[in-house]
Ligand binder design. Structure first.
Ligand SMILES: [Zn+2]
Length: 687
């Protein structure tokens, strides 16, 4: 990920196309392996069968995966064909047969009701900590480590220690271990005023991290070069579960492991994930995972299967989505799940194969982000544990950023521990009050370099110790809150509607800092600007609303409001440089909105996913839903450079002559995107 392409040297990213392969009865065939090579795959991920028994011929098809002996034979074939070999090893999921014979090996949750998978199917899991379970799993890993060509092992596929508030593990072994440490059995009643409850919550998260660190160390002892990862459910990546429940904190996992993977099945998971249009579920989960991984490679597993009873139809456009969007956002690997199921979807595989023509350009460019947003996961765990805070707050925030037309990225707060040097501005710090002293200093360093910071809502009133609760300094409220702009300033000059906020805090803003108060809420400062020789900062009391619905109207009726536009202007004002590439106007006026200007369900249908190299910009614009729209691509070349030749690569059209200049010194390309457009990928040479 780059925020400053001028300082890069030549870029050569290694990108991988991975075929996820199960179904040994059709896969164990050299001709099939050759087909994968012919289709441009350089990797396979072998699906383990899940349980550790040999394949049961009396129950064929109970899982897609390979029994271990057949998996090894497939690994040999793939390796002989020059493919890198990866493996999904499962662990606590898919062990129903073991649990039937010995229920004491199960993960025990607060509520004995069955665990729900992110697909809404039920499954019962093993306790990950019991020595017998671990011993069996280690032995299984040891066998896998003999395979030829093995480059990556995914541990504990889609696992977690809880869903909703139904947390574990309360098995006899886990309860005993906690009691040894604290003298008390693990508490069963949620009590945020209890030290014991907090000890239990932190203990579970620590044990989860430690378990995978130990498993990684074990594998690396045997195979020092092998990458050890986890393939996570999309729920942590899209902020739909508080990490105190799941024990999964992607930032922490990224620090512990070599790589992470996520499987955001945009049609299968759409009842749990609110991003729209549906294909954005893939984009937002990928953006978030990459914001946790930072320096570690990220793999994205797009949906390439279509259970007729579960998924809306996938089409050629979903094949294009799988082959374009993850790479453009910074993923190193795409691994559509799964190969054989993708080939029976009309058009899907053809689209996926066609995206190979863009892959060399994706490898030559780094994803470019203008704005960086701190993902305040510590604040969620230690400040707002009672609420489904991030599913209300951070998903709204991602939806707001999507409507800004500027490229942006997440930066998970946990990575401030080890990746602070990669933090850049303009930086947005949304209600991240729970930060340690070094973390606060890394954010201050961005401000001191003059790159621009926007603080929103609660800010750290004192440094957090790194353990235990961290109550928000002021109460955060959700609602329709109007920011009264009472002082003239170019930032809000000409805004036509009221500035509505989705949240606000009952606070006067950052302590001990005097700035220019531009707006108020209930008589308290609501928008404050800080300008010094070092640069610009701003504080906003809450997150702007991008849609405002008056209480008297039905909930799809939008009243024009200006929160989004104010926020966009504020971002450009604090920044010390313009975005290298952006879309303007944005949201792009579209055919649906021209007929139904009032409809809040009219969401933007295209996204600019730019990449940069020292000599060029690759501006990919993906069409998430088939609606015609018009906008402009604005390019602000770095100082001393200008736009040279430009070619739209997807349709192979030279667009150099279509570039003009706007009044502000941008090179601008008018875009008239028809409803049936698939994508645009414009390669712009910098002269
Ligand atoms: Zn247990």
């Amino acid at each position: 990920m780059t925020t400053d392409p001028l300082h890069e040297t030549e870029i050569a990213r290694t990108l991988h196309r991975c075929a996820v392969v199960g179904m040994p009865w059709i896969s164990l065939d050299k001709r099939f392996v050759r087909r994968l090579v012919d289709e441009g795959y350089d990797e396979v991920t072998i699906l383990g069968q899940g349980d550790w028994d040999s394949f049961d011929p009396n129950r064929p098809g109970i899982t897609d995966g390979f029994p271990i002996d057949q998996a090894e034979r497939f690994a040999e074939m793939a390796h002989a064909a020059g493919l890198r070999v990866k493996v999904f090893t499962g662990y606590i999921k898919y062990q129903e047969r073991i649990l039937q014979s010995d229920p004491s090996r199960a993960l025990i949750r607060l509520d004995p009701a069955e665990m729900l998978d992110s697909d809404g199917v039920t499954s019962n899991w093993l306790c990950p900590f019991q020595p017998r379970n671990l011993e069996d799993y280690r032995n299984y890993l040891k066998k896998i480590c003999r395979w030829p060509g093995l480059v990556e092992i995914f541990l504990n596929d889609e696992a977690s220690l809880g869903a909703a508030t139904n947390i574990g593990c309360y098995c006899q072994y886990c309860s005993g271990r906690f009691e040894e440490r604290t003298g008390r059995p693990p508490p069963r009643r949620i009590d945020w005023d209890s030290d014991l409850w907090w000890q239990w919550i932190e203990y579970r998260m620590d044990e989860w991290t430690d378990l995978h660190a130990r498993l990684r160390a074990r594998v690396r002892q045997l195979l020092p070069e092998v990458t050890v990862s986890i393939q996570h459910s999309p729920l942590p990546a899209v902020f739909e579960i508080n990490p105190w429940k799941s024990a999964v904190n992607l930032g922490r996992d990224a620090r512990t492991l070599d790589s992470l993977c996520v499987d955001p099945y945009h049609q299968n998971h759409c009842n749990r994930i609110a991003y729209r249009p549906h294909r954005r579920i893939l984009a937002e989960a990928a953006r978030s995972l990459i914001g946790a991984c930072l320096d570690k490679p990220a793999s994205v597993m797009p949906q390439a299967f279509m259970p007729p009873g579960r998924s809306a139809d996938l089409t050629r456009q979903d094949g294009l989505l799988a082959g374009v969007v993850p790479y453009a956002l910074g993923a190193a690997t795409i691994a559509p799940y799964q190969y054989h199921l993708g080939t029976i979807i009309p058009g899907f595989n053809e689209g996926l194969l066609e995206t190979r023509k863009l892959q060399p350009q994706f490898a030559r460019h780094e994803p470019y982000a203008f704005a960086t947003v701190i993902a305040p996961i510590q604040s969620e765990i230690f400040g707002y544990p009672e609420l489904d805070w991030s599913s209300r707050y951070l998903t709204h925030f991602a939806d707001l950023m999507y409507r800004m037309g500027v490229p942006w990225r997440w930066f998970w707060d946990d990575r401030l521990y080890d990746q602070a040097d990669a933090l850049t501005g303009p930086l947005i710090v949304p209600d991240a009050h729970c930060l340690t002293r070094p973390q606060i200093e890394s954010i201050r360093a961005v401000a001191d370099r003059g790159e621009g910071v926007i603080w929103i809502g609660n800010t750290p009133d004192q440094a957090w110790s790194g353990r235990g609760p961290c109550r928000p300094p002021a109460k955060l409220e959700f609602g329709d809150i109007e920011l009264e702009l009472d002082r003239a300033h170019a930032i809000h000059d000409g805004l036509t509607g009221p500035v509505m906020l989705r949240t606000h805090v009952a606070s006067a803003g950052p302590d001990n800092r005097s700035g220019e108060v531009l707006g108020t809420v209930d008589g308290r400062p609501g928008l404050v600007l800080f300008e010094s020789g070092a640069g610009r900062e701003a504080w906003l009391t809450g997150v702007p609303a991008f849609d405002y619905v008056q209480k008297s109207d039905h909930s799809a009726v939008r009243t024009p409001a200006s929160g989004r536009e104010l926020f966009q202007r504020l971002l450009l004002w604090v920044a010390d440089r313009p975005p290298l590439a952006r879309l303007d106007p944005f949201p792009a006026p579209n055919a649906y909105g021209r007929l139904r200007a009032w409809d809040t369900r009219d969401v933007p249908t295209i996204e600019l996913l730019p990449m940069a190299s020292p000599d060029s910009i690759l501006a990919t614009i993906f069409h998430y839903a088939p609606v015609a729209c018009e906008t402009r691509l604005l390019i602000a070349p770095p100082d001393g450079r200008s736009v040279g030749r430009a070619v739209e690569l997807w349709h192979d059209v030279d667009v150099t002559e279509q570039f003009g200049q706007d009044g502000a010194g941008h090179a601008c390309l008018p875009l008239d995107v028809p409803g049936d457009s698939e994508l645009l990928s414009i390669l712009i040479d910098l002269a």
